[in-house]
Design a protein around this ligand. Structure first.
Ligand code: TLP
Length: 347
């Protein structure tokens, strides 16, 4: 039985073209900045994001941690969403390792933070308070159903932050999904951000790696932190080669993942036992709940037995993520299997 794995787009495997490029990649020691393939990838990433420089790092988590530590001194405060990945899923690394205090603001369902809430969260100049140094926006917003955050909103945020001289970092792990969904260049979404990170190893199919993009000065500081955190890789061109293919060939195709996610959400909405708002699905992430009488653990187990892997992400919540290995026929199959498993639950 072939498995339909909807747990995450992180499970995607490198394409044939990537494996070929990896096998043939020219490499060198990247800590000495002598890996030509990493250097090319960094140049390409900076161009795509409209920034002066970029840095290749092992993961999205490290990209965020390095970015926060580059912008903030120990004891400074970062404003972020209470459903942001950095706040909820990164082991509190910014506090544990960076000594950075978090000011969590309620995330709206569209992935944004209310401008008035951000305003209220900015600390005044008072000896009792930490200094607000940074604001983080996540785009797309994972836990807000993969919501793409638009340019109009970003412009409002930029204006407010500029008035207060506070820096902005975008956790753009899936910024290409946002850019495709909104039909806008990622560089426009990141236009006034001081830094933006994005992942190669999600919908873009690479085996590993993320990029941090920003000014030359910012990246100079970030390189030192990458080394400190143990993220200085050597012949990383093997990985960067896949990244170059990803940026040149894989970004636009995520539109298909968005279509499949919408199809999945519409199909799930037909089950009376499932609570879902299909209109919220704009990219490749689908969240849904089930009625209380349904055991979510059993449902997930039954689905797995039927060859559908899906993640429980809350007491009563499930997440499904579409990606390169999921085709439209797989969605038909998931809906059929869901019907069977829900029936099992009732009998
Ligand atoms: N997200 C993963 C899990 O950690 C939840 C997933 O399966 O979605 N920012 C955002 C918005 C992310 O969704 C993730 C990964 C990261 C950062 C971290 O990236 P990695 O896994 O490369 O450290």
């Amino acid at each position: 039985m072939s498995v339909i794995d909807l747990r995450s787009d992180t499970i995607t495997k490198p394409t044939k073209a990537m494996r070929l490029a990896m096998a043939n990649a020219k490499v060198g020691d990247d800590v000495y900045k002598e890996d030509p393939t990493v250097n090319s990838l960094e140049k390409l990433a900076a161009e795509k994001m409209g920034k002066k420089a970029a840095l290749f790092v092992p993961s999205g988590t490290m990209a965020n941690l390095i970015s926060l530590m580059t912008h903030c001194n120990r004891g400074d405060e970062v404003i972020l969403g209470d459903r942001s990945h950095i706040y909820t899923y990164e082991q509190g690394g910014s506090a544990a390792i960076g000594g950075i205090h978090s000011m969590a603001v309620t995330n709206e369902d569209d992935g944004t933070l209310k401008i008035k809430d951000i305003k209220n969260a900015i600390r005044s100049d008072n000896i009792h308070f930490p200094k607000t140094s940074l604001l983080v926006i996540e785009n797309t917003h994972n836990q807000c159903c993969g919501a793409p955050v638009g340019k109009k909103y970003m412009d409002l945020v930029y204006k407010l932050m500029a008035d207060h001289k506070i820096k902005i970092h975008i956790d753009g792990a899936r910024i290409f999904n946002a850019s495709v969904a909104l039909n806008i260049n990622p560089s426009e979404l990141a236009a006034h951000a001081d830094s933006v990170s994005f992942c190669l190893s999600k919908g873009l199919c690479c085996p590993a790696g993320s990029l941090i993009c920003g000014s030359e000065q910012f990246i100079d500081r970030a390189v030192r932190l990458r080394k400190m955190l143990g993220g200085g890789m050597r012949q990383a061109g093997i990985l960067a080669a896949a990244g170059i293919i990803a940026l040149n060939k894989m970004t636009e195709r995520v539109a298909e993942d968005h279509e499949n996610a919408k199809k999945l959400a519409a199909g799930l909405a037909d089950f009376s036992q499932i609570i879902i708002a299909p209109e919220k699905v704009k990219t490749n992430i689908v969240y849904f709940k089930v009625l209380e009488k349904i055991s979510i653990n059993k449902l997930v187990r039954h689905l797995e037995k039927e060859g559908v892997k899906i993640n429980k992400t809350g007491i009563n919540q499930i997440r499904a993520v579409t990606h390169y290995h999921i085709k439209s026929i797989h969605i038909d199959s998931v809906i059929k299997k869901m019907a069977k498993c829900l029936k099992k639950q009732i009998n």
